[in-house]
Design a protein around this ligand. Structure first.
Ligand code: NDP
Ligand code: MG
Length: 384
């Protein structure tokens, strides 16, 4: 029997972190958790460290009170040591499940160190897709997509001849406001936006699903992962969230991947690829009736998706600016500083005001990202 793969999990305390821990518990003979990180939730970090006996645990800042870490777990804090954890030579795989553009630097650090990366953090591809893909190619690291739609495409492509892919569609539930009258959308509250009909996720991606900014970010993520031009990337609303993506090949045949709406399926596939073992949860029941419906999104209901699609076509710094403005606008909405309808306005005005230009390295990207955040915050202050 082969030794378990040694895994570092960045963002262990979040929603993806929790689903990943379920997969690791189920397959403890195949996956060994050796390092974890969180941002501020020291208590949960310590509980995970206790349960899995990890060797390294990282928090953004050193907490005032010592954490209840097990004997033998080394604690670290600060940005530099997060990058060191991502590049730790003990690890075989690094799962990046932190939220936001902050995931870019650790993703690059892991790839640069030659680690295989299981990537949940879509923002790193939106902000620095070219750099991420180039780094993986140069170092020979593999990226296993964990986002359910991209993992679905990845599964459909496995074993197919190279260059046989023609186009693809990512599915979306349409979020909690799919059937609301358009005129009511501006009144949606954070509590209503956080109530997703199918998926249980962290707050930022849940709001992104309500605006469908999430699907826009995913189109950009797909462009980099599967090397397709924008016109070959589609979105279909599929309310039950059972089919996660549909891939069309050059001969006109299509494959789709199906599983219930839980992230454990995509995460297990990405973590244990190419092996298939019993899952944490039951797959779809093939003995009962189930309905599959697909239809294209109404763009006037989802202005964030429309803006993201324009950024996908425009390229340059547009996706990065979209992402930065969206992160700030979502935070402002959740803090009750702006209304739901303002999220797309903040993104649009930030995109219009920004002096778009190309970038060359991580430092360029980080400074463009900072500049976009300053502009977006000014726009938020004006409407708040
Ligand atoms: P959560 O908000 O639930 O968790 C985020 C994790 O990242 C937590 O561990 C958090 O620590 C940590 N974190 C937050 N801010 C920072 C920071 N500035 N620096 C370092 N770590 C930080 O998010 P999700 O698990 O929902 O999402 C994680 C990523 O996965 C996102 O990029 C999302 O788009 C993607 N994704 C999520 C899916 C889902 O089902 N949830 C599906 C597909 C993709 P702490 O708890 O201490 O705050
Ligand atoms: Mg997704």
């Amino acid at each position: 029997m082969s030794l378990p793969k040694k895994l570092v999990l960045l963002g262990a305390t979040g929603s993806i972190g929790e689903s990943s821990l379920r997969v690791i518990r189920k397959h403890s003979d195949k996956l060994q958790l050796i390092g974890i990180s969180a941002y501020q939730n020291g208590e949960k970090l310590a509980a995970i460290a206790q349960e899995f006996g990890v060797q390294k645990a990282h928090l953004h800042q050193k907490p005032a009170k010592d954490l209840a870490l097990p004997f033998g777990t080394k604690f670290s804090s600060g940005v530099q040591s997060l990058l060191e954890l991502a590049a730790w030579d003990e690890a075989d795989i690094v799962l990046v499940a932190v939220v936001g553009a902050t995931g870019l630097a650790p993703t690059l650090a892991a790839l640069e160190a030659g680690k295989d990366v299981v990537l949940a953090n879509k923002e790193s591809l939106v902000v620095g897709g070219e750099l991420v893909m180039e780094t993986a190619q140069r170092t020979g690291s593999q990226i296993f997509p964990a986002d359910s739609e991209h993992n679905a495409v990845f599964q459909c492509l496995h074993g197919q001849p190279e260059k046989s892919l023609d186009s693809l569609a990512l599915t979306a539930s349409g979020g909690p406001f799919r059937d609301w009258p358009l005129e009511d959308l501006t009144k949606a509250t954070p509590q209503q936006a956080l109530h997703h009909p199918n998926w249980n996720m962290g707050p930022k991606i849940t709001v992104d699903s309500a605006t469908m900014a999430n699907k826009g970010l995913e189109l950009i993520e797909a462009k980099w992962l599967f090397n397709l031009p924008p016109e070959k990337l589609h979105v279909l609303i599929h309310p039950p969230s059972i089919v996660h993506a549909i891939v069309r090949f050059k001969d006109g045949c299509s494959f789709a991947q199906m599983s219930p709406p839980s992230m454990t399926f995509a995460l297990q596939n990405a973590l244990l690829f190419p092996e298939r073992h019993p899952g944490v949860e039951k797959g779809i029941d093939l003995s009962t009736r189930f309905d599959l419906a697909f239809f294209p999104p109404e763009m006037q209901r989802y202005p964030c998706l429309k803006l993201a699609t324009e950024c996908l076509h425009n390229g340059s710094s547009a996706p990065l600016v979209f992402n930065a403005a969206n992160e700030l606008a979502v935070d402002a909405f959740l803090a009750n500083r702006i209304g739901f309808g303002r999220i797309s306005h903040i993104i649009e005005s930030t995109l219009n005001l920004f002096k778009h230009r190309p970038y060359h390295d991580l430092d360029d990207l980080l400074s463009l990202d900072q500049e976009a955040r300053i502009l977006a915050e000014q726009e938020i202050v004006q409407v708040a």
